[in-house]
Design a protein. Structure first.
Lengths: 827, 123
């Protein structure tokens, strides 16, 4: 809806309202109007009334508008006078035509004194040029003008204003200039202070040792302090891109770091610090410490990066030297520690170790870097160590461990296994995160062994005490009563148990008198005192068991000092038994010696006996054969007896040698396939010269199907000869029968005689060496006493058996068997 | 021609008894009491038969036998080894090339019988 429509609407509304009012009044229209044609009259009247009301309403409307206008004007006047900026109108020549109250307040002057005065009067002389220049421009061009200048109050106070002027025509068509004046003293002061500060800072920056700079948001140098040249040996002009300059001066190894930092700071508007190296044109390296901060204005507009680089080369050098000294000291310290020391990272990879540890591992300390436990230790140990490492690093708590230790190749000193005590300490970084592990350990094998040895020793003594066959007891002062006794004590003295033993008086365990006739109590007391005074006493003693039995003993009475208490320990040995044992030992030793020297002895004897025997034999033969003259019958008889003696001695020597050979296992039997029947026949044939003179029948009995079998023919003939010649020797009438039968896998040979028989108690001793000689008188007939013993050994060596049966008065039968091997064929 | 027999034995009594026996039997017997003497006499007198005791001073009997058996002039002379020690007598006799052996004490008649096998008596 346009403004015009609104007006029409408003007029329309007024009319509508006026007509409504007239209609209400129409009812009271006077009758005089009736002269007019009533219709007309009524219409005119109506019109008039409506119009009247319309006018009244318009009147009212105007009055209200006027009031509103007046209020508005007043409001504007207030605004004009009380605005925070000054308004004034100046004529073309520069006279103040009007000014609001603010101007008056600013200039500290009344309104009346202000009007018609030139404005230049209120402007500082130095700044009047600015005013004139701008006024001229304004009136010439008609363009609005703005300027800043200083004005003076009535009292001479200077203040800064900004003047904004526009060209205008006043009511009279005269050119005027309307000016808005703002007090900018506060802003100007701040600006000035800032400028002053900046200058001061710039001076500081220019003369600082540090390389100060400002990089604008585009990465160019906004400001660089002159010290950049002193530090880097290069100059840099403003506007140069920082990145470009950095590429030129920064050490290649640090360049990436520096550029990344630069980019990040420019992008993120943060702050940071950094240490990096630069290289001067001569190649000299310098360390710089860099700090920077982004700068933004009050509105948050990013202005760039402000930073400072400080040359810290000297500091770095000193730091490095200090670190080296410290490292050296630390190194010396850890290398001289008796413990092994190592450092591992979070993954249990070795970083450092001391010399002591490296020696164990057979490497140099520097070589451990990057190695793990698997490189040095058997898998099971390496795993264990790493599990421990993990636990310590995860819990963050130091642990003290006792563990096994052995390297893959064994240690240099060849100890295969050690036991160590290890301390594992988690290592943390600045913020407390565990980054690795520090370990110390030392060898406690010796200590452990000492402990074990002690334990072992204790066990040993305990077991000796408990299981000793000797009675071990303690006797304590002041009354010298028994205070302990081992089980052997109870056994030896026939005491029920230790409690009963401790109730015994020592005199109860000895007879009244000792063999030398002295009182046991008196002598015992003497010995106890001597042991206390002089130390261990060793003596023989006669003891008495609780059963009353007396026995000989050996006593070792020693003084023991234990925990400041002295007591006696007695070890009592029953030597009745020991003496028996000793005798056994002695006889065993004799046997052993004789067994060892028997061979040599027998060999010597045989030689030494045979040679003279050969002389006697030779002599007898010379005489008997009549080579030295005729021999009488009597002489011949004597020579025959001598000859028999020589033969017997020769047989004895042979038997002794055989027996010795058999015992020493040196007898060779030459076992081959032989025919037993033929062997027996041969033996029997050679023995007929013994049986025939006595009129004894030598009978042979052979079973059927006697196989060939393996045996030493000579030795079996020796057995047969022994047994048959014995039988012949002891049988005065009747017969001697040799019977050969096969019984399963054995060949059974029997030699039966019809002699006097052997007493059963003697039969068991028959095969013992030299037993025959002790048999009943008259039986000792030229035997050596070794024949049966030799026979037994020969048969046993063949895997057979030999035994004898006899009945007094009826005769004896000697049996032997020989095993038949499968390889033997039939006859 | 009377056959010569050399007997070497360090037992002088036994040596004399043996020599007497051989002489009575009709041999020209001579003796040596040690190995060196035996070696010398054998080379000088070239006996028809040699009887050596194993144990002899200087050179043992079986060693002596080996020497004789390698000697061109002596190698065909029969050698009888005698010893009072049974230990390896047979073995030694075989090894040194002896023609017979006897264990002391021996029956002199047996010895004479063996000698006769090699050297019929000269009588």
């Amino acid at each position: 809806m346009t403004g015009k429509d609104k007006q029409l609407d408003a007029a329309g509304e007024l009319r509508r309202q006026a007509e409504e009012i007239f209609r209400k009044k129409a009812a009271s229209v006077p009758e005089d109007l009736v002269n007019l044609p009533p219709e007309e009259t009524r219409r005119v009247l109506h019109e008039l009334r409506v119009h009247q009301i319309e006018l009244e309403m318009q009147n009212e409307e105007l009055r209200r508008s006027q009031e509103e206008l007046s209020a508005v004007r007043e409001r504007y006047f207030d605004l004009y006078n009380l605005a925070p900026v000054g308004y004034f109108t100046v004529s073309e020549p520069g006279l103040i035509l009007e000014a609001n109250l603010t101007i008056c307040n600013l200039l500290d002057i009344g309104r009346g004194a202000l009007e018609k005065r030139p404005i230049s009067q209120f402007i500082l002389k130095d700044d009047q040029d600015i005013y004139y220049r701008h006024r001229k421009l304004l009136f010439e061009s008609g363009e609005p003008q703005t300027c800043e200048l200083r004005m003076m109050k009535q009292d001479g106070t200077v203040f800064w204003v900004q003047l904004d002027a526009v060209f205008a025509k006043d009511l009279g068509g005269m050119s005027v200039c309307r000016i808005v004046m703002s007090d900018i003293t506060g802003r100007k002061r701040a600006e000035e202070a800032l400028r002053e500060s900046e200058t001061r800072l710039r001076i500081v920056a220019d003369f600082t040792h540090d390389w100060e700079f400002w990089i604008n948001p585009n990465g160019g140098f906004e400001y660089v302090s002159p010290s950049v040249e002193r530090i880097t040996g290069r100059s840099v002009s403003l506007g140069t891109r920082a990145e470009e300059f950095m590429r030129l001066v920064v050490h290649p190894e640090d360049l990436k770091l520096v550029l990344a930092h630069l980019q990040e700071q420019l992008a993120c508007h943060g702050s940071g610090d950094l240490e990096f190296r630069i290289v001067r044109p001569g190649g000299e390296e310098r360390w710089l410490s860099h700090v920077c901060r982004s700068v933004s204005d009050a509105q948050g507009q990013f202005l760039g990066m402000r930073g400072s680089n400080r040359d810290i080369s000297e500091h770095k050098k000193a730091e490095k030297e200090l670190a080296e000294v410290k490292e050296m000291q630390f190194r010396t310290l850890i290398d001289n520690l008796p413990s092994k020391v190592f450092l591992k990272n979070r993954n249990s990879v070795y970083m450092v170790c001391n010399e002591n540890y490296a020696n164990d591992l057979g490497i140099k300390p520097g070589e451990i870097d990057g190695k793990t436990d698997y490189d040095f230790f058997p898998t099971h140990l390496a795993e264990k160590y790493r599990i421990d490492d993990k636990r310590v690093m995860e819990s963050g708590e130091t642990e003290n461990l006792e563990e096994d230790y052995s390297t893959i190749g064994g240690f240099l000193n060849n100890d295969q296994k050690k036991i160590i005590n290890t301390v594992k300490i988690p290592v943390r970084d600045n913020v407390g995160n565990v980054t690795g592990l520090l370990g110390f350990f030392w060898d406690i094998t010796a200590r452990r062994s000492a402990e074990e040895l002690l334990q072992e020793s204790e066990n040993r003594y305990r077991s000796i005490f408990a299981s000793s066959r000797d009675a071990i007891m303690t006797i304590e002062p002041p009354f010298w009563k028994f205070t302990s006794g081992n089980p052997a004590t109870m056994e030896m003295f026939k005491v029920k148990d230790e409690a009963e033993f401790m109730r015994c008086e020592p005199w109860q365990l000895s007879p009244e008198l000792q063999p030398d006739g002295r009182s046991s109590a008196e002598k015992g007391k003497e010995l106890i005192e001597k042991a206390v005074r002089e130390g261990a006493q060793f003596f023989e003693w006669v003891h008495k068991r609780m059963s009353g039995e007396v026995f000989f003993s050996e006593v070792l009475l020693s003084r023991v000092d234990l925990g400041g208490k002295a007591f006696l320990q007695a070890v009592v040995r029953d030597i009745t038994e020991r003496k028996t044992v000793e005798m056994e030992i002695r006889s065993t030793e004799v046997l052993k010696i004789s067994a060892e020297s028997k061979s040599r002895f027998a060999s010597m004897v045989s030689h030494e006996l045979r040679s003279p025997l050969a002389i006697i034999q030779g002599g007898i033969d010379l005489l008997t054969d009549g080579l030295c003259g005729d021999v009488t019958a009597e002489q011949k008889k004597i020579l025959d007896m001598s000859q028999k003696g020589v033969e017997r001695l020769g047989r004895l020597i042979n038997n002794v040698l055989d027996f010795q050979k058999i015992e020493a296992g040196k007898m060779e039997y030459d076992i081959r396939d032989h025919d037993m029947k033929r062997t027996v026949q041969e033996a029997a044939e050679s023995l007929k010269f013994l049986s025939a003179p006595k009129g004894l029948e030598l009978r042979l009995e052979f079973g059927e199907l006697l196989p060939k079998m393996k045996f030493g023919k000579d030795s079996i003939i020796q057995v047969l000869t022994n047994l048959v010649s014995n039988a012949i020797k002891f049988t005065s009438k009747g017969s001697v029968t040799i019977s050969v039968q096969r019984e399963n896998n054995e060949m059974h040979v029997e030699i039966r005689d019809t002699g006097p028989g052997i007493k059963s108690e003697d039969i068991s001793r028959l095969f013992q060496p030299f037993e025959q000689i002790d048999l009943e008188k008259g039986r000792s007939k030229g035997g050596t006493g070794l024949g049966l013993a030799i026979s037994k050994e020969i048969i046993l060596a063949h895997g057979g058996r030999i035994w004898a049966e006899s009945e007094i008065g009826k005769g004896s039968t000697f049996h032997f068997t020989l095993p038949i091997q499968d390889s033997g064929g039939g006859v | 021609m009377i056959r010569k027999i050399m007997v070497a034995d360090d037992e002088s009594d036994l040596l004399e008894m043996t020599l007497l026996r051989l002489k009575k039997t009709g041999y020209d017997a001579f003796g040596a009491e040690d190995g060196r003497e035996a070696l010398e006499l054998a080379r000088q007198l070239l006996p028809d038969l040699i009887i050596l005791d194993i144990y002899l001073p200087f050179i043992e009997g079986d060693e002596l036998a080996k020497i004789f058996k390698k000697d061109e002039k002596l190698k065909n002379i029969p050698i009888i080894l005698i010893s009072a020690t049974t230990q390896s007598l047979e073995k030694k006799a075989r090894e040194c090339g002896a023609d017979g052996f006897f264990l002391k004490p021996f029956d002199p008649a047996d010895l004479v019988a063996m000698i006769r096998k090699f050297v019929p008596d000269g009588a």
